[in-house]
Design a protein around this ligand. Structure first.
Ligand SMILES: C[S@@+](CC[C@H](N)C(=O)[O-])C[C@H]1O[C@@H](n2cnc3c(N)ncnc32)[C@H](O)[C@@H]1O
Ligand SMILES: [Zn+2]
Length: 360
């Protein structure tokens, strides 16, 4: 028996010493953030789907904030046994939960209610499920998506990125940010195809996954507006310029041939007001690591991808300054400058690379 944030889980290994259902300690932070977010937006009578539920830890965490209608699904028969057992040992009434053993696509296609909130915690990519997920959503709804195909998104495997996301990644110092922006662009397109406008409310990268909490609104006009936020990202490996453009540029002003990522989301990957509410809720719930991450994210509304102290130190053959000191110096000169959750040696600023270089 293990316990997560006061919830008991019966996920002991079976006779072959294999865990009967999936459970990952490294994802506790994502569940903390999803629970705090749910506590912010959930309303009574919400229809909530935990579509790839595993142990149903997420449903049980959500259920303590809102008396919603919970639909729990997993395609693994062992998970279904464990889910029922977990609800019982946590004194929850089985009659209040609808539990199904289906492939997630069948679950979305056959459901008889429209969901206000869907939690989709994928092994790998979420993209094969977005069309059918759209079919199961209410006109105004929320989704929480976890994807673990970080290698495809951040340029370790460009062929996989093209195949799954129709996208070209960049493998460099800010590859994890490009990966998130490709994921957001791809989600925006797929939801738009189903006439949903996609609004990323809170998204981030952590260790082995990306987590996106988004609001969806059924509207062709708004979907078209959101698509306009998708562009090319140009990167110059000589002068370290990063910039967005509606058409790809071949050469940098410094004369170097530019590298590109496409398509990428070019605006905020979060909504500041929403993140600050989730941050307060995370503090209230004593989710300290989640609160620290949310506090970093809430400042990241400079959309040019982050720089790292090491790329400038290497280029200029100078010592690497401490990130906080560099940020203070940039701010003192009137530039906007903040840390980033993507990297300990990263910083975001509206200063141009040649201006940043003067602080080394
Ligand atoms: C990453 S685990 C979910 C873990 C759980 N949400 C948590 O937070 O601990 C993914 C789950 O989805 C289930 N699964 C994988 N592919 C599926 C599919 N096509 N349809 C339905 N369930 C699926 C697996 O059995 C597994 O329990
Ligand atoms: Zn250049």
């Amino acid at each position: 028996m293990i316990e997560e944030r006061g919830i008991k889980l019966d996920i002991k290994p079976d006779a072959k010493r294999k865990a009967r259902v999936f459970y990952n300690v490294d994802s506790i932070i994502a569940r903390d953030i999803a629970e705090a977010a749910f506590a912010v937006f959930a309303k009574k009578q919400y229809n909530v789907a935990d579509a790839m539920a595993g142990s149903a830890i997420r449903t049980m965490r959500y259920a303590r904030h809102c008396n919603a209608n919970f639909f729990i699904n997993d395609n693994n028969p062992k998970a279904i046994e464990v889910i029922k057992q977990n609800l019982i040992i946590n004194n929850l009434n089985l009659d209040n939960f609808t539990i199904t053993k289906s492939d997630v696509r069948e679950f979305f296609a056959k459901n008889r209610v429209a969901f206000d909130f869907v939690d989709l915690d994928c092994f790998g990519s979420a993209m094969p499920f977005i069309d059918i997920l759209s079919f199961a959503l209410r006109r105004n709804s929320y989704v929480s998506l976890i994807v673990t195909d970080v290698a495809a998104l951040c340029g370790n495997s460009p062929k996989a990125c093209r195949r799954k996301y129709f996208a070209k990644p960049l493998y460099n110092s800010f590859k994890f940010e490009t990966g998130l922006r490709i994921l957001l662009a791809s989600l925006c397109y797929d939801f738009a195809r189903n006439e949903f406008a996609f609004f990323p409310m809170l998204s981030y990268y952590y260790k082995h996954f990306y987590h996106v909490i988004a609001k969806l609104k059924k509207s062709r006009r708004l979907a078209d507006e959101q698509i306009r936020k998708i562009k090319f990202l140009n990167f110059c490996k000589n002068c370290l310029t990063r910039e967005y453009s509606t058409m790809p540029k071949e050469f940098c002003v410094c004369g170097e041939k530019l590298q590109h990522a496409y398509p990428v989301w070019t605006e905020n990957f979060f909504d500041k007001g929403f993140v600050s509410k989730v941050y307060s809720k995370a503090l209230e719930l004593k989710f300290s690591e989640a609160a620290a991450l949310l506090s970093l994210i809430s400042e990241e509304n400079i959309n040019i991808p982050f720089y790292t102290t090491s790329e400038f130190a290497k280029k200029l053959k100078k010592e690497m300054p401490k990130v906080d000191e560099l940020i203070k110096k940039l701010q003192k000169k009137g530039f906007r400058a903040v840390r980033t959750h993507f990297s300990k040696e990263g910083f975001r600023t509206d200063a141009k690379p040649e201006e940043i270089a003067t602080f080394f």
